[in-house]
Design a protein around this ligand. Structure first.
Ligand code: SF4
Length: 186
């Protein structure tokens, strides 16, 4: 017998580590943060303070709204049109444990995972923080580096400035060199 919706939700909840996450907001149908229609989660808190940042309200680590992670999972379910999740901010790598749980859940459902970070790829690898590296390994594409006003050019897709790289994470880790993700047109 199929479980009732309530029981199914309860079963999912038992798999989620109890933790809290601080978010600046959510977009349920974004088409600008990666390919296809995506859910974008904007994490609260950012230490990069890029001049010209469009979201300075996300900088304060005590700002935004704090949620139980299980409640965020409930908010993000039930849209079959979604192709993946984008972890954005703010800085998702400041809350790597919660971001990792979201990424794992979307992968388990056959969706892809993008993340935006103000850190450089090289910084994350050199730092080698266990939680941040676990999150990095769970991403399909990482858009790295700070937003730079001087490198903002028209026509950029999925990036704010030209210095930011869209990195194919799995290929880059396998080959130990940065392999950029290429947008397939047509
Ligand atoms: S990393 Fe992103 S959110 Fe943080 S200051 Fe830079 S542009 Fe703003």
């Amino acid at each position: 017998m199929l479980p009732s919706r309530l029981n199914f939700t309860t079963a999912i909840r038992t798999c989620i580590k109890p933790m809290r996450v601080r978010l600046a907001g959510l977009s349920r149908e974004s088409v600008t943060d990666g390919p296809g229609m995506r859910i974008t989660v904007f994490f609260q808190g950012c230490e990069h303070h890029c001049p010209g940042c469009h979201n300075p309200q996300t900088w304060d680590r005590e700002g935004g709204t704090e949620y139980e992670l299980a409640d965020v999972f409930d908010l993000l379910r039930d849209n079959p049109m979604i192709s993946g999740i984008t972890l954005s901010g703010g800085e998702p790598f400041l809350q790597p444990e919660a971001a990792l749980e979201l990424a794992k859940d979307f992968h388990a459902r056959g969706k892809d995972v993008w993340a935006y970070t103000g850190f450089l790829w090289e910084h994350l690898l050199k730092e080698n923080d266990p939680l941040r590296m676990a999150l990095l390994r769970e991403c399909d594409v990482l858009v790295d580096g700070p937003f730079k006003q001087a490198e903002r050019v028209s026509g950029l897709v999925f990036r704010g400035s030209a210095n930011q790289r869209m990195i194919d994470v799995k290929s880059s880790l396998q080959r130990n060199q940065i392999i950029e993700w290429i947008l397939q047109v047509g």
